[in-house]
Write a protein that binds this ligand. Structure first.
Ligand code: NAD
Length: 480
């Protein structure tokens, strides 16, 4: 059985205690490999490697750091097919998605931050009348921790690592234990690109052991975490007395608000994607669909028809729209919400059942599911399901939908469909979310701030925001 290893100080090594975890293939439910069940001793070794690399890496010129990051990006592009196959096998996502989104975006992350670091600047303040000037140094923090989830494995892993190392830090990183494979392959690429030993160290294992060891390590001064809100709360609690710098990108339950004056076809096509892309396992998915009453019945008919046409199938088939969910426990969790919907007397308009894909009977497949709710206050409309399940309901007025959109604990993103400019401005100002998309969804420009409010997290990633997070501002005041 194939075993992957930790990547520490530029070498691939087994976990010290020789403990391993089975890695499942969601498409067929079979164990296809093992990953290190790393302990805090493995994390300590990763920390020691990172600490030793820091003095040289933090003094490496920006041009040289940039050159290495862009080289990593190019090597990812050169190995697109292999990485995409590994991602699809590990996660269950359609290979077409891994080829068109996940791996290209991972490459873009390195290219973007390789370029961004050469443009990163800090402020200076002339203290007029006091014969003094202040300037701000933006210094790397030291050793930082990056912890990522399973839904967009390499995409989100590199979204943290790239700015961290671009800014001159050394990293101890942990991908999700559910989807470790592309993070493992990244180590080889980093060596090939000439990233110095110890700048990036990748430890595999469970959140509660190796993840926890990173979070509580007294000398890992900043933690960039993406994952569930419950884990974010735990991390915030345990790190508070240690005064760590924290970036928390957490769960979402995003509204998709559709007004009658929208471009209907564009809205319908995009709403299919924003509901079910990656089996609905994207924190940005618009899982609560609110439709203006005058077009509600038309939307319901057209949307359900299109959802029924989506093909649930093996991730490696090129015409598969919906692959497998990431794991058995996750499939069971998502299905439990379909039962909850029935208990809440909501109407399951389509889907709701497991799908048996011939030849892969033990895979974790689920029909895309549309639930019509009569109140926004039911659990399926309030709690993050994180699967191919959306709710739909009608609204009467702008005020009414704004109130419902904001009445959840989360605040990651919101999508608006309208051609009314004044309404766009009013709603964008008042929606409680870190990201608003108008007449589009998940259109990304890596320079923009990315993150949520309320239970969707603290802090912003993206562009210079990420470089600011991974540096400490130090003011120098010189009197002349
Ligand atoms: P999770 O919180 O279970 O795990 C995320 C990562 O944290 C994994 O690597 C896990 O091993 C680790 N972890 C778990 N417990 C830990 C602990 N005590 N200490 C340190 N690390 C620990 O989340 P998940 O199930 O992997 O991912 C799904 C969640 O991620 C969803 O809620 C989704 O909305 C969220 N998400 C958010 C964003 C965003 O940008 N806001 C993006 C993607 C996913």
């Amino acid at each position: 059985m194939h075993r992957i290893q930790n990547y520490i100080n530029g070498s691939f090594i087994n976990p010290i205690q020789d403990n391993w975890i089975d890695n499942y293939c969601p498409a067929n439910g079979e164990v296809y490999g093992q990953i290190p069940n790393s302990s805090k001793e493995d994390v300590e070794n990763a920390y020691i490697a990172a600490k030793s690399a820091f003095p040289v890496w933090s003094q490496t010129t920006l041009e040289e750091r940039s050159r290495i990051l862009i080289k990593i990006s190019e090597l990812l592009e050169d190995n697109l097919q292999g990485f995409a196959e590994a991602e699809s096998k590990d996660n269950g996502k359609p290979i077409s998605l891994a080829i068109s989104v996940d791996i290209p975006r991972a490459a873009s992350n390195f290219r973007f931050f390789g370029n961004a670091i050469t443009q990163f600047a800090s402020e200076s303040h002339e203290s007029v009348g006091q014969q003094a000037v202040n300037y701000t140094l933006r210094q790397p923090i030291g050793v930082v921790g990056c912890i990522s989830p399973w839904n967009l494995p390499l995409y989100l892993f590199t979204w943290k690592i790239a700015p961290a190392i671009a800014a001159g830090n050394c990293v101890v990183a942990k991908p999700s234990e559910v989807t470790p494979m592309t993070a493992y392959l990244l180590g080889e690429i980093c060596n090939e690109a000439g990233l110095p030993k110890g700048v990036l160290n990748i430890v595999h294992g469970l959140g509660t052991t190796s993840g926890q060891a990173i979070v509580v390590h007294p000398d890992i001064k900043a933690i960039s975490f993406t994952g569930g809100t419950a884990t974010g709360i735990h991390i915030a609690k345990v790190t508070a007395p240690m005064f760590k710098k924290l970036s928390l990108e957490l769960g979402g339950k995003n509204p998709n608000i559709i007004f009658a004056d929208c471009d209907y076809k564009d809205m319908l096509d995009t709403t299919i994607r924003s509901s079910f892309a990656n089996q609905g396992q994207i924190c940005l998915c618009g899982s609560r669909i609110f439709v203006e009453a005058s077009i509600y019945e038309m939307f319901k008919t057209d949307f359900v028809k299109k959802v029924k046409e989506l093909k649930v199938g093996h991730p490696s088939e090129s015409d598969t729209n919906i692959g497998a969910l990431v794991s058995k426990p996750h499939l069971e969790k998502v299905m439990s919400y379909i039962d909850i919907a029935k208990e809440e007397k909501a109407a399951v308009l389509c889907g709701g059942n497991k799908v048996t894909v011939q030849g892969y009977e033990n895979g974790y497949y689920l029909e895309p599911t549309v639930i019509e709710v009569s109140t926004d206050e039911c659990r399926v409309n309030q709690e993050e399901i994180f699967g191919p399940v959306v709710t739909i309901m009608a609204f009467e007025t702008e005020d009414n939908v704004l109130q419902m959109a904001n009445k959840v604990k989360y605040g990651l993103s919101a999508t608006l469909w309208t051609n009314n400019l004044k309404r766009t401005m009013r709603m964008s100002n008042q929606l409680q979310a870190g990201i608003i998309w108008v007449n589009t969804w998940m259109m990304r420009d890596l320079r923009t701030p990315f993150g949520g409010v309320k239970a969707s997290g603290v802090g912003r990633e993206g562009g210079f925001e990420a470089l600011r997070f991974f540096t400490e501002a130090k003011n120098v005041c010189i009197k002349y």
